[in-house]
Write a protein that binds this ligand. Structure first.
Ligand SMILES: O=C(O)CCC(=O)C(=O)O
Length: 290
């Protein structure tokens, strides 16, 4: 595959494609293609107009410390599912933050637009499935559709990981989901609202969950450990970069494919809104959430 402005490297060894949003109706099977393995990821370009991206950025800039939760590389809103480690206080706190997002939807048209557009986007590219946000069975309420992720310059990026690793770390959260979620083959998605001046690209490694399922610590960004116990230094692996532009949505096989977000450099924060996609065990439903 040839290099583009958004997908580049010495060799693009997975099948990543780009499509224009105005052709979306011709691409109702993209999620299905990722599930069957014929496609590994795609960028839908310009799902949000420049004016919509500006409004979303201005919304994010007005978020307060009451909304935002600090992370090792910046801040996040609402809280990610990984914070749910009990059915009491932490679950309540997750839903308090989610209630704030819901109230912003009624106060700020652009937040409702984001939510509606995402729903329609997944219903279209996931045309073979019935698409929804999963429910928490204790609260009998939907979980978050996604999270705003702010990565600050000079605080790193997102260390090498894959979605299946997070799933393994968050079994408790998954046990609280009412829907019949298949734990294998989770996908990742994110909308880019602001790129960093330098860095912040997604590095996709030629390394899959079937052979590598471990790290020595979550923070390690140098090496992972394969199923034979061998340390695999990521800078020895083949890799390519994916850098969607503001307004684009990237969907990729982030469950099995190891990847990382490169260190954020320059003056700008990197801002995305993203989450995950899972299928139901009967393979009829598609869920998106964070
Ligand atoms: O929001 C982002 O840019 C991080 C995406 C990512 O690494 C993931 O979904 O696993």
């Amino acid at each position: 595959m040839a290099n583009t402005e958004r997908i580049y490297g010495e060799e693009i060894f997975f099948n990543f494609q780009e499509y224009d949003y105005d052709t979306i109706e011709q691409h109702k099977d993209l999620v299905h293609q990722i599930q069957t393995g014929e496609l590994h990821g795609f960028i839908m370009k310009n799902v949000f107009s420049p004016a919509e991206v500006e409004s979303l950025k201005s919304f994010v800039s007005e978020l307060t410390d009451e909304d935002l939760m600090p992370t090792p590389s910046g801040k996040i809103f609402p809280s990610p599912f990984a914070t749910i480690t009990d059915t009491g206080e932490r679950l309540d706190s997750y839903y308090d933050k989610l209630a704030r997002l819901d109230s912003y939807k009624t106060q700020k048209g652009i937040v409702q637009t984001l939510s509606d557009r995402l729903g329609r986007f997944f219903a279209t590219v996931g045309g073979n499935y019935s698409v929804s946000i999963p429910y928490n069975k204790i609260k009998d309420k939907a979980v978050a559709p996604g999270t705003f992720r702010l990565f600050y310059p000079g605080m790193g990026g997102l260390h090498v990981h894959c979605g299946n690793l997070f799933q393994a770390q968050s079994m408790f959260f998954y046990s609280l989901i009412k829907n019949d979620i298949d734990m294998d083959g989770q996908l990742s998605y994110f909308v880019v609202l602001q790129q960093s001046e330098e860095g912040g690209e997604l590095t996709i490694y030629d390394m899959l969950w079937d052979k590598v399922k471990r790290k020595d610590s979550p923070e390690n960004n140098e090496f992972v450990i394969d199923d034979d116990g061998k340390e695999i230094y990521v800078d020895t692996l083949k890799s390519f970069a994916v850098r969607p532009k503001p307004g684009d949505i990237l969907v990729f096989s982030g469950g099995p494919i190891w990847h990382r977000v490169e260190n954020i450099k320059g003056a700008n924060k990197r801002i995305t809104f993203g989450g995950f996609l899972n299928f139901s065990r009967d393979n009829k439903e598609l869920y998106y959430w964070s």
